[in-house]
Design a protein around this ligand. Structure first.
Ligand code: PRT
Ligand code: ZN
Length: 284
């Protein structure tokens, strides 16, 4: 049984559960008790606050965990990053009140910076030879300058709207973060290692399929070459005959973003009856 530490509630929770669900892992109970085994795969989920996940993996309470890279780096636990998971993307940035002119990182000399990430900030300040006062607060960091508690903040930014509504400007981005799968530096026993490999294989299949679409269309045979050159397919497209021998059916997998670029070209080339389908999993 492989134990996976995951966030019990919060911003990571939904997508973590969705990823595990898409990887075919079903839980015995929907209710979030602390430790919930899967009913169809040899893993159990340990539900924790995200702050506790790096430590639980470093000490071996959990075998692996899913947590934001920002937490991993801040906690400085001995864990290895096994895989970047591509969700809960955000950045850790320095922001200052909009009324100030910013000419460079020296601005922070002698300033007081509020943050929940003192270690990452300390490293950055040291590297840049800045002497600043770090003021640790655990929530609502963005209101600190407005109430006179600090001159600037160092916090998580996603859309940036929280900064704007607090009259702050992002001036330095120090870290790009996303959810990561972490593991212990020590080797897992063979049984657990095997479960981990199967899990990684499944996650890979889910991730590869993300943002990809299965596209089918009918194409006049005379236009087939033209259509095939437009398609940025994974390999060459599948071409199937239709009852009307002047037409054929073309199937391929493309990235969704390419789809919008090429749809006009495909139609101009004579493609008809385009169908775009979601792909659940892809195994290369
Ligand atoms: O209770 P627990 O300790 O488990 O959770 P938490 O409250 O400490 O963390 P939670 O659930 O808020 O966030 C978990 C993780 O999600 C973080 O560690 C990040 O890795 C990631 N993440 C992604 C974010 C955001 N996006 C995010 N936007 N974490 C926080 N925010 C906050 C940010 O602090 C700021 O207040 O959202 C605000 C900024 O958002 P924008 O969109 O206005 O810029
Ligand atoms: Zn937390």
């Amino acid at each position: 049984m492989l134990r996976i530490a995951v966030q019990s509630k919060g911003r990571l929770y939904d997508e973590t559960m969705e990823l595990l669900g898409e990887a075919g892992i079903k839980l015995t109970a929907v209710k979030r008790t602390l430790l919930v085994p899967s009913r169809n795969f040899p893993v159990e989920l340990l539900f924790l606050r995200d702050d506790d996940i790096p430590d639980s993996v470093a000490t071996g309470t959990a075998d692996i965990g899913i947590v934001g890279l920002n937490e991993v780096l801040e906690k400085r636990q001995k864990v290895e990053i096994i895989k970047e998971l591509g969700f809960s993307k955000c950045r850790l940035s320095l922001a200052i009140p909009q009324k100030h002119q910013y000419q460079g990182v020296e601005w922070f000399n002698g300033k007081k910076i509020a943050t929940s990430y003192p270690r990452i900030l300390e490293d950055f300040l040291k590297k840049n030879n800045i002497q600043a006062d770090i003021h640790v607060i655990s929530g609502s960091v963005e209101i600190a300058p407005g109430i006179g508690l600090a001159d600037a903040i160092f916090d998580i930014v996603s859309s940036g709207s929280t900064l704007v509504s607090n009259n702050l400007t992002e001036v330095e981005t120090i870290l790009s973060s996303e959810a990561v799968l972490i593991g212990n530096m020590r080797k897992l026993d063979d049984a657990k290692q095997q479960i981990l490999e199967e899990l990684l294989f499944r996650i890979e299949a889910v991730k590869t399929a993300e943002n990809k679409k299965y596209v089918l269309m009918n194409v006049p045979r005379a236009k087939l070459n033209e259509v095939v050159t437009i398609l940025p397919g994974i390999k060459s497209p599948t071409i199937l005959p239709l009852a009307d021998e002047n037409w054929c059916s073309v199937h391929t997998v493309i990235e969704e973003k390419h789809f919008w670029e090429i749809i006009g070209k495909l139609k101009a080339a004579g493609a008809e009856g385009l169908l775009v389908l979601n792909i659940e999993k892809m195994i290369p």
